[in-house]
Design a protein around this ligand. Structure first.
Ligand code: TTP
Ligand code: MG
Length: 573
C-alpha cells in the first residue's frame, strides 16, 4: 500500500545557450562555428563550440577575440527575435499541459507544474508489469502517449547513482511520481529538440526552488531528478536528499536569497565583512554554505528576521529565508497570462547632458514602445483589423544619473537603484491603430514625454544621464473572450517567428540594452529590500540597471553583469 503524497511535481527548463540557439535556428550553418552574441561590449552568451574554445558568458568582446580570433560575433541588442522564440517555445511546452500552470521566467526558463498528469498516470500503473508502462498524454484520448519503464528514473539523478530504485522494497509513492516526472521531462525535451530545434537543461523535483537548482547539476542538454528521501527518517540518522543537496550550495546561489541578503548572511557567519567585494563567491574564504548557516547556533526564523528584517523588508522574511535554507519553497507555478503586466523599453548611455540629445533618444525609445505595444497587445481580427487585448493605463518615464566622478576620475559602483520616475495617464492616441507608429511616437514625445522629462529634470543642467526608460504599466485586459497563448496554433507561431526573422533587414537592430536578468540570477539584483522575491515573470521587464564603467578595463557594463564582470577580473589567468 503506497502512502499518500500531495507534493507538486515541477519540471524546470533552462534552454541551452539561448540567444545563440535562436541565431542558430535562424541560420543552421552557425551551429558548427564558434558563435557569440554581443550586447554593448560584452558577450552575453556563446554556443558550446565557442565554449570549447575557451569563451564564456559575460566576457569582454576584446578578450573573446584574443582567445578565439575566428569567433563569429552577432549583435543581439534587438531582443525581438529572442522574445518571439521564447514565446513560441513556451507555447510548445504548454501544449503538453492539462492545466494552465506553466510560468516563464525571463526569456529562457520555464517552470511546468505537471502534478495532474503525474497523478493520473500513477493511477494507470500496473504493479505487475512496471517495465512496460504507458504514459498517457491526453485525458480525452488514452492512446496518445509514450511507453516507458517505470522501474527506472530517466536520466541522471541526485544523488547519483540512485540508491533507491523504485522497483525495490521501498514502495514510495513520491519516488514513483518522480520517476514518471523524469520520463515526461525526457519526452518533452525530445520534442523540444526534434520539433523546435532547441535543447534544454532540465530539473525535476517537488518545488520551483529544487527543480531549478537540481537542473544545474548536469549541463547542457540533460536532465536531473532530485530523488527521495525528501524527509529525514527517524530510524536512521541519514539526512534527507533535499538537505544534502541544498546544504552544499553557497548562500548566494539560492534563488530567493538576493545579493544584499547573502552579503549580510556571510558577514554574520564569518563575523567580518567578506573581503572580496562586491561578489565574493570565487574567494573560498568568503564562501558561506547553506549548511554553515543552517547549523550555526541560534539560527532560525527569528534570528534571520533579526539579521535581514527592517525597513522595507517583508515581515515574514525570517520564515521565508529559513524555509529556503531548509530546501522548502511553497511558491506556486503561476498561471500563464495572456498579456504582459507592463511593457518597458530602455537604453543605457555613456552620459547624456543636453536636452536635445535626450529628446532624440526619447523618440527612438517611444518608437520601440509603440511597436512593442502593437506586437504584444494587439490581436488580429479575421477582417484584417486589430483588437487591443489590453490597455495600459499609465505611462512612466524613468531616468538615472551617472554617479559623480571621484577625485581620481574613477566612479563608484553603486548597487542602489538611482532611478527617478514620473508617471502620467497613458494618452488615448496611443491606441489609434489607424495612425503610423512613427507619428504616434512623435506625438508621445511632444505631448507627454517632454513635459514629464522637464518635471523630472527642471534644471537645464541635469548632470549626465546614463539611462532612460519608458514604460506603459497598469494593464487592464479588455473584456471579451481572451485567447490564451496556448490556444494559438503553435506551428503558426513558429512560422510567424520565421517570417518575421526573415523580414528584418540586416543592421536594423535598435540600440536597446541587454535584458534585465532578474530571475535566473536573482542574487545579482540588490535594488529592493527583498531582492529575493524574484519569481515573477520578467519578460516584459527589460529594465537593465544602468551601465557602469569598469574601473579596471574601462568597459561599459550593465549593472546586472557587474558582479560577473568583477569576478572575471578577479579570476586567475
Ligand atoms: P542564461 O540561461 O544565463 O545563459 P544561456 O542560456 O545562454 O546559457 P546556458 O546554456 O549556460 O544556460 O541566459 C539566457 C539568455 O539571456 C542568454 O542566452 C543571453 C541572455 N543574457 C543576457 O541578456 N544578459 C546576461 O547577463 C546573461 C547572463 C544572459
Ligand atoms: Mg539558458
Amino acid at each position: 500500500m503506497l502512502r499518500r503524497d500531495d507534493r507538486r511535481i515541477i519540471i524546470h527548463f533552462d534552454y541551452d545557450c539561448f540567444y545563440a540557439s535562436v541565431l542558430e535556428a535562424e541560420n543552421p550553418a552557425l551551429k558548427s562555428l564558434p558563435l557569440a552574441v554581443q550586447q554593448k561590449q560584452i558577450i552575453v552568451t556563446c554556443n558550446y563550440e565557442a565554449r570549447k574554445r575557451g569563451l564564456r558568458k559575460l566576457q569582454l568582446i576584446k578578450e573573446a577575440k584574443q582567445i578565439c580570433p575566428e569567433v563569429v560575433i552577432i549583435l543581439g541588442e534587438d531582443l525581438t527575435k529572442f522574445r518571439d522564440a521564447s514565446k513560441a517555445l513556451y507555447a510548445h511546452l504548454r501544449s503538453f499541459l492539462w492545466g494552465q500552470k506553466a510560468e516563464r521566467l525571463g526569456f529562457d526558463e520555464v517552470f511546468m507544474d505537471v502534478t495532474d498528469m503525474i497523478n493520473h498516470n500513477v493511477g494507470l500503473l500496473n504493479p505487475n508489469d512496471l517495465v512496460h508502462s504507458f504514459f498517457c498524454l491526453d485525458q480525452q484520448d488514452p492512446t496518445q502517449g509514450f511507453e516507458f519503464d517505470a522501474t527506472k528514473f530517466c536520466g541522471p539523478t541526485f544523488p547519483s547513482p540512485c540508491h533507491n530504485p523504485p522497483g525495490g522494497d521501498r514502495m514510495d509513492l513520491l519516488t514513483y511520481r518522480l520517476v514518471l516526472g523524469s520520463h515526461l521531462a525526457h519526452y518533452i525535451r525530445s520534442s523540444l529538440d526534434h520539433e523546435c530545434g532547441y535543447t534544454a537543461t532540465v530539473g525535476i523535483s517537488t518545488s520551483k526552488l529544487l527543480a531549478k537548482l537540481v537542473g544545474n547539476v548536469n549541463k547542457p542538454n540533460i536532465q536531473t531528478t532530485l530523488i527521495p528521501p525528501y524527509t529525514h527518517s527517524f530510524d536512521n540518522a541519514d539526512l534527507s536528499n533535499v538537505i544534502q543537496f541544498i546544504d552544499d550550495h553557497e548562500v548566494g546561489k539560492i534563488p530567493g536569497i538576493g545579493f544584499k541578503s547573502a552579503h549580510k548572511l556571510r558577514t554574520y557567519f564569518l563575523r567580518r565583512e567578506p573581503t572580496s567585494q562586491p561578489y565574493t563567491e570565487r574567494d573560498h574564504n568568503d564562501q558561506v554554505k547553506v549548511r554553515d548557516l543552517r547549523l550555526s547556533p541560534g539560527m532560525g526564523a527569528p534570528k534571520l528576521l533579526d539579521l535581514l528584517g527592517g525597513a522595507g523588508a517583508p515581515k515574514d522574511i525570517g520564515v521565508r529565508i529559513w524555509e529556503l535554507l531548509n530546501g522548502v519553497d511553497n511558491s506556486e507555478v503561476l498561471e500563464a497570462r495572456a498579456v504582459p503586466t507592463q511593457i518597458s523599453i530602455e537604453d543605457s548611455y555613456q552620459g547624456i547632458n543636453h536636452f536635445e540629445e535626450a529628446k532624440k533618444k526619447l523618440q527612438i525609445l517611444a518608437t520601440s514602445l509603440v511597436k512593442r505595444m502593437r506586437t504584444d497587445l494587439v490581436e488580429d481580427n479575421d477582417d484584417g483589423t486589430g483588437r487591443w487585448l489590453a490597455h495600459p493605463r499609465t505611462l512612466r518615464l524613468s531616468t538615472r544619473q551617472r554617479s559623480p566622478r571621484n577625485a581620481d576620475g574613477s566612479r563608484e559602483y553603486s548597487y542602489a537603484n538611482g532611478r527617478i520616475s514620473r508617471s502620467a495617464p497613458a494618452p488615448s492616441f496611443l491606441f489609434n491603430l489607424g495612425e503610423g507608429i512613427e507619428s504616434i511616437a512623435e506625438k508621445l514625445v511632444e505631448e507627454s514625454l517632454v513635459s514629464m522629462f522637464r518635471k523630472l529634470h527642471p534644471d537645464k543642467s541635469f548632470g549626465e544621464l546614463s539611462l532612460i526608460n519608458i514604460a506603459v504599466t497598469n494593464m487592464v485586459e479588455s473584456a471579451g473572450d481572451q485567447k490564451q497563448s496556448s490556444g494559438r496554433d503553435i506551428g503558426q507561431m513558429f512560422k510567424n517567428q520565421e517570417s518575421s526573422l526573415k523580414k528584418r533587414p540586416e543592421g536594423t537592430y535598435s540600440d536597446r540594452q541587454p535584458q534585465h536578468r532578474q530571475n535566473s540570477s536573482p542574487s545579482w539584483e540588490a535594488n529592493t529590500p527583498l531582492d529575493e522575491a524574484t519569481w515573477e515573470e520578467s519578460e516584459d521587464e527589460e529594465e537593465s540597471p544602468l551601465a557602469h564603467t569598469c574601473d579596471i578595463c574601462g568597459a561599459h557594463i550593465p549593472a546586472f553583469a557587474l558582479p560577473a564582470h568583477a569576478l572575471y577580473h578577479a579570476a586567475p589567468d
